[in-house]
Ligand binder design. Structure first.
Ligand SMILES: Cc1cc2nc3c(=O)[nH]c(=O)nc-3n(C[C@H](O)[C@H](O)[C@H](O)COP(=O)(O)OP(=O)(O)OC[C@H]3O[C@@H](n4cnc5c(N)ncnc54)[C@H](O)[C@@H]3O)c2cc1C
Length: 273
């Protein structure tokens, strides 16, 4: 590991309240959940921070339940728990589909949905699902709890409205009407970061969200308008290609991503007819 371990500080809160107090009074601290993203940064020596807050033991942040028509998923819920949840499979099957394609079994056992959200990679596979589902992100500090629409959570590349003294504590998803669809395009079936990832909901007012095609996850509102108004699929594909701003990088090219995004839209539309 390139990062020297001895100067690192790890705080071990015993409760959510204590964790929030530490964030407020002893920060800046990087919350450490499943550590599947953080460890990569430690390993390659690119993490700027040296002080961490271990939230893995905070059971208040675990669990999936349904109440008042809302599916609530605790931030520390792992992909394995999401895949196994009958509530998720029934109410948000596109999230179970995304979780099944994240990393492989090891990452699914350890990686958390809160970590995927807070990490904020535009390639995060749960993000298009949460954008298409009109989810809310619950943020807590010592003093308040607030809920932010997922589509307003990110402010730029890996930047969000989360304050340093807040934790992502849960995600809430209202009932989603319509047929759900998810597709990830990567280099291979497992251990592959998305080149393009898309989630869609086919309803009177269709919803379309994509990852890996812009600095943040994109909710393609103008494409949705085109589909809702009964325009042609070709027109919707053309609009989609203007709503995304993919780049060339180590995993793919902008041109390939544009082409794949348009094809995924066609596949979504055909599969959910
Ligand atoms: C081999 C490998 C394969 C992977 N494959 C995929 C993949 O296919 N798809 C994909 O999307 N990702 C993938 N990842 C990335 C990673 O597994 C996920 O992003 C995972 O969900 C991160 O969760 P975590 O609990 O491990 O987060 P951590 O590594 O613990 O934290 C990640 C970031 O979020 C912050 N954070 C964590 N929890 C909270 C919280 N509750 N509140 C505030 N901040 C918080 C941390 O401070 C850190 O900045 C892969 C990683 C590896 C190593």
């Amino acid at each position: 590991m390139r990062t020297a371990v001895s100067p690192l500080v790890l705080l071990q809160p015993r409760s959510l309240r204590e964790a929030l107090r530490m964030l407020r009074e002893e920060g800046p601290l990087a919350p450490l959940a499943g550590c599947t993203d953080l460890y990569v940064g430690l390993n390659v020596g690119t993490l700027p921070g040296r002080r961490f807050l271990n939230i893995w033991g905070l059971d208040a942040l675990r669990g999936i339940d349904v109440g008042g028509g809302v599916l609530r998923i605790g931030a520390l819920t792992t992909y394995r728990e999401i895949i196994r949840s009958a509530d998720v499979r029934r109410r948000l099957p596109m999230l179970a589909a995304a979780a099944r394609e994240i990393g492989a079994v090891q990452i699914q056992n350890r990686g958390t949905i809160g970590g995927n959200i807070a990490n904020g990679s535009p390639a995060g596979d749960t993000l298009p699902v949460l954008a298409a589902a009109d989810a809310l992100v619950e943020l807590r500090s010592v003093e308040w709890t607030r809920k932010v629409p997922f589509t307003e959570f990110y402010t730029g590349y890996r930047a969000s409205v989360r304050r340093p003294d807040e934790l992502v504590t849960a995600i809430e998803v209202p009932r989603v009407e319509g047929r759900q669809w998810f597709r990830k395009v990567g280099t291979r079936a497992a251990q592959s970061i998305s080149k393009v990832v898309m989630a869609g909901v086919r309803a009177e007012r269709p919803r379309v969200a994509l990852g890996s095609v812009a600095p943040t996850v994109v909710r393609a509102r103008r494409t949705e308008d085109a589909l809702a108004s009964g325009g042609t699929l070709v027109e919707a594909q053309r609009i989609l290609q203007t709503e995304i701003s993919p780049i060339d990088d180590i995993r793919s090219t902008a041109a390939y991503r544009r082409e794949v995004a348009a094809r995924l839209l066609a596949k979504f539309w055909a599969d959910t007819r």
